[in-house]
Design a protein around this ligand. Structure first.
Ligand SMILES: Cc1cc2nc3c(=O)[nH]c(=O)nc-3n(C[C@H](O)[C@H](O)[C@H](O)COP(=O)(O)OP(=O)(O)OC[C@H]3O[C@@H](n4cnc5c(N)ncnc54)[C@H](O)[C@@H]3O)c2cc1C
Length: 511
């Protein structure tokens, strides 16, 4: 339990650029008899930032991470720090009013300042740099949307103006520059915060997958099956709260794809840049060990629904069409959660009592929203009034905002339940399975998730997701079993990697 992490792991088999330069992060002695003030579950940017902020408020904090620090999406992000978001200000304004949109803008700016101040306070060597961010249109429809975004951004107090450049070598109709955006190395940042937390008597337990939580008297007992942790308050900083809960209906899981390439001509962009396609492409540069990389993301699809190899191929083709690529040095994909009404859900867990907290639904903006969550939850736990509590509350009722999306996402979930479980198109032979590949096969009349490793050994699992009983599908790029319903993901040996499942896939002994 009290181990030291020397390399950085991630919830997929592809290595992200960030895993190269991750620092060591330590764990400390855990006292079985202590009732901690707060248990934080999850060691991504949300959990680690909350650990630091709560500790600064004098709280005795323990953090349990299922794998190691940065294992989740924080290790697979692209780390743009923005004050404009995937849900554009005109939509926020229309769904949450002008005051709501102004609050979101203020929260974004304050959170970027918070990150910058932590970088300064702890002298974090994480390549933090302010950059201009360009959003550009390439057709009439996008230009109309961009005009609305510019007007609304200015109205809510964001520093945005029309620009005659877009920062990347692509034709554009119109461009807007957002000043004061930023970028950093996400793992260097959270690893340093984790070190500071531990130095100040915070406890980090790696390899501790919390799968049960019970209230016993005044305190909660959380367990990973063997170890019991006691705490007065609990924050699920797990990107998606575990188990069956309201977030299964208000958030939809998506995969986004990233490649890190080197260029023949050194024409790396010195900015953040975004087109307006659906899904959009995003660009930036980062230097690791003296080598610059152009990082481009996009080609998103719902988890378990797309074809990962095609997404990577499309992204590479797109980048090669724009830049003089020398080599694709990195490619990876990672998961995010799209909220039904466009804003994250941060606060008290609905039906979870007064002392259990959650944060999810960040879209592709969770470096900012995860840090904002840490601030909001710290205030809620410490009894400090927070101006954003109501706006982001997971219990908010927005019957109009996002309703269409809500129906669409959940109609899809219902379809998967029925069609996958009762489909008759079963494959009943393993012969066609290549080494390194997986498929749903039929074995003695039952569906089985089988993976053949490079040595030819078959790894067989029940394909029924332990979360809501949907059938998982194989992700050949990340070598994982991905659930199309709520985004639960499992390793080829059935271990939970990502999402709401609380139990591993059942192993099947194939003779
Ligand atoms: C490809 C991609 C690019 C992105 N780019 C950007 C960007 O440029 N800017 C931006 O702002 N956002 C971006 N995002 C979003 C952002 O990266 C994420 O929202 C953010 O990293 C989420 O952080 P987190 O700490 O909440 O979750 P995670 O980083 O996923 O951490 C959650 C942790 O909880 C652990 N855990 C889960 N369940 C349990 C359990 N039961 N017990 C113990 N531990 C558990 C996991 O192992 C994991 O380490 C991007 C997302 C993707 C997919």
């Amino acid at each position: 339990m009290n181990d030291f992490v020397t390399t950085s792991a991630r919830d997929g088999s592809n290595k992200s650029l960030w895993q190269e330069a991750a620092a060591t992060s330590g764990a400390e002695t855990f006292d079985l008899n202590t009732i901690y003030d707060v248990l934080i579950v999850g060691g991504g940017i949300t959990g680690i930032t909350a650990a630091i902020l709560l500790q600064k408020q004098g709280k005795k904090v323990i953090l349990a991470e299922a794998h190691s620090i940065g294992f989740g999406t924080t290790g697979g992000t692209t780390s743009h720090l923005n004050t404009f978001f995937d849900t554009p200000y005109p939509q926020i304004e229309s769904d949450f009013g002008e005051d709501g949109a102004k609050l979101v803008a203020k929260a974004g700016k304050e959170t970027l300042d918070l990150i910058a101040s932590l970088v300064t306070e702890y002298s974090i060597d994480c390549d933090f740099q302010y950059k201009d961010g360009y959003l550009f249109s390439q057709n009439e429809k996008e230009t109309k949307q961009l005009d609305e975004i510019l007007a609304s951004s200015q109205k809510v107090g964001i520093d945005a103006t029309e620009s005659n450049i877009n920062g990347v070598p692509l034709q554009f109709d119109k461009a807007v520059v957002f000043k004061g955006q930023a970028q950093f190395h996400p793992l260097k940042y959270i690893n340093k915060l984790a070190e500071v937390f531990v130095q100040n008597d915070g406890v980090i337990l790696n390899n501790t997958f919390i799968n049960d939580l019970k209230k016993e008297g005044e305190a909660y007992t959380a367990t990973d099956g063997s170890l019991n942790i006691k705490a007065s308050q609990v924050f699920y900083a797990t990107h998606m709260p575990p188990g069956i809960n309201i977030s299964n209906f208000t958030c939809a899981p998506y995969r986004s794809y990233v490649i890190g390439v080197t260029l023949k001509d050194n024409n790396y962009p010195d900015c953040l840049s975004y087109d307006m396609k659906e899904p959009y492409h995003y660009f930036r540069t980062h230097e690791v060990n003296g080598q610059k990389y152009l990082i481009v993301g996009g080609e998103d699809h719902k988890t378990g629904h797309g074809a990962p190899e095609q997404s990577f191929a499309a992204l590479e083709e797109y980048v090669r069409g724009i830049y003089n690529v020398y080599e694709v040095a990195y490619k990876w994909s990672s998961q995010y959660y799209e909220p039904a009404d466009g804003l994250p859900y941060i606060g008290k867990m609905p039906l979870g009592g007064n002392d259990v907290f959650m944060a999810t639904g960040y879209s592709g903006n969770g470096i900012i929203f995860g840090s904002l969550s840490a601030r909001i939850i710290t205030d809620l736990i410490c009894g400090i009034e927070n101006p954003y509590e109501k706006l982001f509350s997971p219990s908010r009722i927005k019957p109009v905002a996002g309703f269409t999306e809500f129906v669409k996402e959940n109609a899809d979930v219902a379809w998967k339940f029925i069609a996958d479980r009762f489909s008759s198109e079963d494959i009943d032979s393993l012969n066609e399975l290549k080494a390194g590949d997986g498929m749903i096969a039929k074995y003695k009349g039952d569906k089985v998730a089988v993976y053949k490793d490079e040595q030819g050994t078959i790894h067989a699992l029940s394909p029924v997701c332990t979360h809501a009983k949907c059938i998982v599908s194989f992700n050949p790029e990340e070598k994982s079993w991905d659930c199309p319903c709520h985004g639960g993901r499992f390793s080829i040996d059935g271990k939970v990697l990502t999402g709401p499942p609380q139990h591993d896939l059942q192993k099947i002994d194939v003779q």
